[in-house]
Design a protein around this ligand. Structure first.
Ligand SMILES: *Cc1c(COP(=O)(O)O)cnc(C)c1O
Length: 348
């Protein structure tokens, strides 16, 4: 059965007449802008923040299209990936009727967003070695399952799922498969962006918050076929990415080569940290990771977490999460920060 977007978009979204902003209705070569009730006298800041930003982030998309070898019409830019996640619910999931499927342990926002949108969550836990459980996934899906979230590399486990497995899911699933690649830049695996036109139900999420080091700007990306992205654009708030964020992202995109170097440094620091952690006796297990963090199984997560806090080091206690008993999730810091962590753990 061929995937057709109209078959799964909510009726109210199909009927929707999108908000038409002043900046969208007019995009010619005017010099005097009296169309958007902005403050023509300026602002307390020296920059021209008195004007509304480009609703479609045209310049940013042109650059990102080039980097990822896609068309600008296949890119959504949002207020963090979290905005893209929320939009997916609002576009595809009918409150109190539809459901979505997650594969825990995984990123917490999928569930929070589901609850906010009054959509029930189904779970197909990963296997004990953090692999996708195909029979559990197939069992959990029904006719009302609209979204399937696969986070790869997965947070908090750190491992990636083989691309053939993800694509197999895309092929068998009638809803939208959302592949969250927040950590892809730290992974040897290739992004699935190249598959968006082979699998019309595939949405790939990426973010400027991790490898790009710009979590404070709140800018995330979704890649999908042009028809799906056009639907995102109809539903999103018109000015969802601020002028400051757009300018900063454009500037950052000029420095992709530097970012790549930083990523390589983080990866090498990750390997060094893992090697050193493995020699510490309270570390029972280090799970393989393709991300900028490592999940560590310890003898007593709660006690170690509190001890590290007293040492002014905060890690993430994941010990109450399914399949993660005893586990702490540790972000890769700078070399000096990782040394402080190791020093503290050695004298426990
Ligand atoms: C950190 C993270 C994100 C990033 O979210 P933003 O809203 O873009 O900051 C997305 N997905 C996962 C799995 C993450 O861990």
């Amino acid at each position: 059965m061929a995937f057709k977007l109209v078959d799964i978009v909510r009726e109210n979204i199909k009927r929707l007449t999108p908000y038409s902003s002043a900046r969208k209705e007019f995009s010619g070569a005017a010099q005097i802008f009296l169309d958007a009730n902005e403050n023509s006298f300026g602002s307390p800041l020296p920059e021209n923040y008195n004007r509304y930003p480009d609703p479609l982030q045209t310049e940013i998309k042109a650059k990102i299209a080039e980097i990822n070898d896609v068309n600008a019409s296949e890119i959504f830019v949002g207020n963090g990936s979290d905005e893209a996640i929320d939009l997916l619910f609002r576009i595809f999931c009918e409150p109190r009727t539809d459901n979505v499927l997650i594969c825990p342990p995984t990123y917490g926002m999928y569930e929070v967003s589901a609850e906010i949108n009054d959509i029930s969550i189904r779970r197909a836990n990963l296997t004990a070695d953090f692999r996708l459980d195909f029979p559990a996934i197939e069992n959990a899906i029904d006719a009302n399952t609209k979204l399937l979230f696969v986070c790869s590399p997965n947070n908090p486990t750190g491992n990636s799922f083989p691309r053939e497995e993800i694509l197999k899911l895309a092929e068998m699933f009638a809803g939208i498969i959302v592949v969250d690649e927040a950590y892809i830049h730290f992974s040897p695996e290739k992004s699935l962006i190249g598959e968006i036109n082979h699998f019309k139900n595939l949405v790939v999420l990426q973010t400027f918050s991790k490898a790009w080091g710009l979590a404070g700007l709140r800018v995330g990306l979704a890649f999908a076929n042009a028809e799906t992205i056009a639907t995102f654009n109809r539903v999103k708030p018109p000015y969802n990415v601020s002028q400051i964020a757009q300018e900063a992202i454009l500037e950052a995109l000029k420095n992709y080569e530097t970012v790549k170097k930083t990523i390589a440094e983080i990866v090498s620091e990750r390997e060094r940290l893992i090697k050193n952690l493995s020699a510490i006796s309270l570390v029972e297990k280090l799970y393989p990771t393709d991300a900028n963090f490592v999940l560590v199984k310890t003898s007593d997560a709660e006690r170690i977490y509190r001890y590290l806090l007293a040492e002014k080091i905060v890690v993430r206690n994941r010990s109450s999460v399914e399949l993660c008993a005893g586990c702490l999730r540790i972000t890769i810091g700078t070399s000096a920060e990782n040394e402080s962590l190791l020093k503290a753990l050695r004298k426990i």
